[in-house]
Design a protein around this ligand. Sequence first.
Ligand SMILES: [Zn+2]
Length: 96
Amino acid sequence: MSTEARRPPLFHKAEAESKSFWGELKGFALKGNVVDLAVAVVIGGAFVLFLVIDKLLRARQAPAQPTTKTCPFCMETIPKAATRCRACTSEVVVEV
Ligand SMILES: [Zn+2]
């Protein structure tokens, strides 16, 4: 039989409560650090993830497609889909 079991129930309970109080306090202080660390890790991780995704999206973006072309007859800038130049009225080839 252990000495714990032979103690009066009241004393045993009081000691247990006292232990749990300090344990709780210690746990609370420790938990505070853990929560701070977790928050820092989450924020840091989110920031790194944002940078990585931003870089990936920028890398995947195709260079901007020109929406205009130059008329071969008058060198006027005309819409890419135009079949006739608006400046010199020459027929131009539609670029695909
Ligand atoms: Zn033209």
